[in-house]
Ligand binder design. Structure first.
Ligand SMILES: O=C(O)[C@@H](CO)OP(=O)(O)O
Ligand SMILES: [Mg+2]
Length: 400
């Protein structure tokens, strides 16, 4: 039986060395699930609220745990509804989205354990596990994720022609390596940012050159198409007082920003552009999608925050053709799956995503396979990133 007998919560480390919430869920038949909340740095204004872990844990112990004991872990919607009822707010500001998402994911794992199925199968059903997402891997980065690096937050390898998920994962690692070689040839030292991407002190124009060379080099080696894409984190670049996007000394008006991104898509044949504009600018998202959406993904992260209401506004206005899915942005797996399903019904490609602060938790790898998502964004190197990538390789081999 999947009745929950206990939920324990603790503080553990995330990849930045900050505390985060980990949850253990036990069921009466001995089913066990453990999951930990990730944490963003370039968080969207409309995300569910992450509370300081000690407070989130205390609040969840008081309000959520008593409601969950006795609930069925296998009934994910009931678990997530109990979390919402225990919280009582729209944005999880009472128990914290970090406590909520850790418990939600741990309950799913406990239920999978009871039936002896891999998590993706418990979440997605018996017929999932045939298709795999293309991994988008951050190989150069700056913005909020590294000081003195590029203004654009993420340059992502996109191995769109890879014949298997394993080959895709290794192609991204090869691009990461090629970038290091190219930077070394140019005499540019580079440490790594929060997500394991190189964080060289170069301008965006040089980063585009380096990416184009690195992806071409790897493409020749592996023999399939390797493109690249961006997370511009537009809300971080946008200065509302100046009504302009600020790239160091250079600024661009919102209209110039649309033109700039459209040019980049054409010049570099970009496969993917996330948050090219501010998180409130549905209209310019729509304009850009109209201009280049037939050739590339225009993905809303801070724009949609995995929230079906915001996605509905996007659908009505034609803003974007893709949505980033981060379970901790909305607080539960049910809410995240609702966003995926609404997206797919309306022709938006879901991209399941990590956060810049991560743990060894592999739930998002399973969620991507369970929902048949065409893309996953989960870094390239570093233990907390490879945890997800290696899990995808294992799922493809039926080795989970
Ligand atoms: O902006 C993003 O897409 C994410 C992950 O790459 O960063 P953060 O978790 O800091 O919001
Ligand atoms: Mg983003």
């Amino acid at each position: 039986m999947t009745r929950i007998t206990s939920v324990s919560l603790r503080r553990v480390l995330d990849s930045r060395g900050n505390p985060t919430v980990e949850a253990d869920v036990l069921t009466e038949s001995g089913g066990f699930g453990r999951a930990a909340a990730p944490s963003g740095a370039s968080t969207g204004e409309y995300e569910a609220v992450e509370r300081p872990p000690a407070e989130a844990i205390a609040a969840a112990r008081e309000h959520a745990v008593p409601r969950l004991e006795g609930a069925y872990a296998g009934d994910q919607r009931a678990v997530d509804a109990a979390l919402r009822a225990a919280d009582g707010t729209e944005d999880f500001s009472a128990i914290g989205a970090n406590s909520a998402v850790a418990i939600s994911m741990a309950a799913a794992k406990a239920a999978a354990d009871v039936i002896g199925a891999p998590l993706y199968q418990h979440l997605g059903g018996a017929f999932r596990g045939e298709n795999f997402p293309i991994p988008l891997g951050n190989v150069i980065g700056g913005g909020e994720h590294a000081a003195d690096a590029t203004h654009i937050q993420e340059f992502l390898a996109a191995p769109t022609g890879a014949p298997s998920v394993s080959e895709a994962v290794f192609a991204n690692a090869a691009v990461h390596d090629a970038v290091a070689e190219i930077l070394a040839d140019r005499g540019v030292p580079a440490a790594k940012g929060d997500e394991g991407a190189w964080a060289p002190s170069i301008d965006d124009a040089e980063a585009f050159e380096v990416m184009a060379t690195a992806t071409e080099r790897v493409e020749e080696d592996v023999g399939f198409t390797v493109r690249f894409g961006l997370d511009m984190a537009g809300a971080e670049l946008y200065d509302a007082d100046a009504e302009a996007y600020v790239y160091g000394d250079r600024t661009r008006s919102p209209d110039d920003q649309v033109a700039y991104v459209a040019e980049l898509v054409t010049e570099y044949d970009l496969a993917y552009v996330e948050d090219p504009l501010d998180e409130d600018d549905y209209d310019r998202f729509a304009e850009l999608t109209d201009r280049v959406g037939d050739r590339t993904l225009i993905c809303g992260d801070d724009l949609f925050v995995t929230n079906v209401d915001r996605l509905r506004t996007g659908i009505e206005t034609g803003a974007g053709n893709s949505i980033l899915i981060k379970p901790n942005q909305i607080g539960t797996l049910s809410d995240a799956v609702d966003a995926v399903e609404l997206a797919v019904r309306n022709g938006y490609d879901p991209v399941i995503s990590h956060r810049s602060g991560e743990t060894e938790d592999t739930t998002i790898a399973h969620l991507a396979v369970a929902t048949d998502a065409p893309y996953i964004k989960t870094g390239t190197v570093g233990g907390e990133r490879t945890a997800k990538l290696n899990e995808l390789i294992r799922i493809a081999e039926d080795a989970v």
